[in-house]
Unconditional design. Sequence first.
Length: 171
Amino acid sequence: MLNLLETKKINLKDFENIWIVDFLLLLIKNIRSFRQKQDIKNQVEVYGELTQEWKEKMDNSFDFNQFLIPLAKSKIDFNLPETEKKELFYIIDLKPFGILKIRRQKTDLKKELQEKLNYFQAEHERAQNLLSNEKFVKKAPAELVEKEKKKLSYFAEQKKKVLEQLEPKNN
């Protein structure tokens, strides 16, 4: 196991390098928080996209992974391969440094889509039941009835979109 006492030291007397400590602490905090919220036990793939200002300051002589692997169970890469740019990622804002991208697992995506589908179905049924109630349609203001019709249409469209993502196309 990596001994943190033997890792490359950061010269804190050099004010130019203090940003590295700030960035490292922000990375660790955000990765740990993400892993806890998503209930992820394994190491996650993390990609950093720095703003131009911070890209210019980074000289690649400091290895962030020497701290991230033991403290956040993650490795960071600042060069996202071109082939992976089209994949789905969770995006975490790391103001003022840039953003953090964490690859989405397919199981996470399916679970999230199923939750959205359940929500859209419930809301669609609610709006449908409300509009099928003759007393509501007669007594409610016209704007409210129209608003519910728009909701019904919206939730039907959203359900359709989620179902398309959940069901693979047969080619």
